[in-house]
Design a protein around this ligand. Structure first.
Ligand SMILES: [Zn+2]
Length: 400
């Protein structure tokens, strides 16, 4: 059985021990020590990292009565010096003890019990057994921070089940002896095997970052201590960028963003109007040029046109406008990185537009489709666009 030094003293980070067994864990070397200050993942608190001799400790897991230290290189049996990563341990103590305080505050404020706890890499969450309002959540946050400010002593007691019950703590199921009770003086008592600070003040600050509905109750996200400062620093960085982009002080960012959105919507509306008028004008210009063109046949007008960089959407609007304005066959193309084609004919004209398109697309090395009077597609050889359009025009004239 591994002696858990962190249970007596969570501030002990540098210790001497003996490697008593060499194992493997999921393909990586692992060792068992006679005593350890490394916390193994359990109860929602992640494991400690650090070093054993020259080896880095990459994971620490419970294995029955033992603690398995997963290391990045093999270690021989014998004495070894262990060092626990201080920043990670302090971070976990701040988040974990902050969770104790916030959970108790939710009980006081909203009779909401915590049914799950997850200490994540960025934020920590607790799941509450009932819905709580934003106001209740902020009241719980205020209450928990008050307890932090009061710097109440935090003590760990090891009790029997009967002793625990006598002091108002329900022991965890199936545990009858050696129950660790973490007591934040005069505020909260609960059974817990995690690492806790000496006083509530070490939590530093508890900042709620989110509240959402979750499985019939609520999920509250929060950060404590140094994480709260780091999160504030990250958000300040984002705000500074927005201040620079929008040329507005922080307090005016919402208004500046609303104005920008409104002005963008207005620009888009105007752009759509202008585009419609431009396409209408283009359609009339093409029709007048085509009907005045050589040949002067009495058949339907064939309109061909190629553009640089037009979108398939704009080509399609133009094609539909053309076939609505006068009886005609519209053969339109656009070249950019790829070639796009839109073919259309007015109602009542006899051409097989999808087949015509497929023929043209063969030249462009592409595919496309459509039904009835409109078809569109694209290909990878924009340099053959003019050829594809003139061949299609010949095919239409040959049938007229
Ligand atoms: Zn705890």
């Amino acid at each position: 059985m591994t002696e858990r030094l962190h249970r007596q003293d969570p501030y002990l980070l540098d210790f001497e021990a003996t490697v008593v067994a060499v194992r493997e864990h999921e393909g990586r070397p692992a060792v068992v020590l006679d005593r350890t200050a490394f916390y193994a993942e359990s109860g929602g608190q992640p494991w400690d990292t650090g070093s054993l001799g020259d080896a880095a400790v990459v994971a620490v897991v419970e294995d029955g009565d033992h603690v398995l230290h997963v290391v990045d290189r093999p270690l021989a049996p014998g004495p070894v010096r262990g060092r626990v990563d201080r920043a990670r341990r302090r971070d976990h103590m701040q988040q974990h003890h902050g969770q104790h305080l916030l959970s108790k505050a939710f009980v006081e404020v909203a009779q909401a019990e915590t049914i799950a706890f997850h200490l994540g890499g960025e934020v920590t969450t607790i799941d509450l057994d009932r819905l709580v309002t934003e106001e209740q959540a902020h009241a719980a946050e205020d209450r928990a921070n008050e307890v932090v400010r009061e710097a109440r002593p935090v003590r760990v007691e090891v009790l029997t089940a009967a002793q625990a019950r006598a002091t108002g703590v329900e022991p965890p199921e199936g545990v009858s002896d050696d129950i660790r009770v973490v007591d934040a003086e005069g505020f909260d008592r609960q059974p817990c095997g995690g690492t806790h600070p000496r006083t509530t003040a070490e939590v530093g600050a508890i900042v709620l970052t989110g509240l959402e509905r979750y499985k019939g109750g609520s999920r509250a996200s929060f950060v404590c201590g140094d994480r709260a400062r780091a999160a504030f620093g990250r958000q300040r960085g984002v705000l500074e960028q927005l201040v620079s982009i929008l040329s507005a002080p922080v307090a005016e960012l919402p208004e500046a963003t609303r104005k920008l959105k409104d002005s963008l919507a207005e620009s888009e509306r105007r752009e759509r109007g202008l585009l419609e008028r431009a396409l209408e004008g283009e359609a009339r210009r093409l029709l007048s040029e085509s009907s005045a063109g050589p040949g002067g046949s009495s058949g339907p007008t064939v309109v061909t046109a190629a553009y640089d960089g037009w979108t398939p959407g704009d080509l399609r609007v133009l094609a539909l406008r053309l076939v609505a304005l006068a009886p005609c066959v519209a053969l339109l193309g656009s070249r950019a990185e790829k070639a796009h084609l839109v073919f259309a004919q007015s109602d009542g004209l006899p051409h097989d537009i999808p087949t015509l398109l497929r023929g043209a697309l063969e030249l462009l090395g592409g595919r496309g489709g459509g039904r009835g009077n409109v078809a569109q597609g694209g290909g990878d050889r924009p340099e053959r666009l003019d050829e594809a359009l003139s061949r299609a025009a010949e095919a239409v004239r040959a049938r007229s």
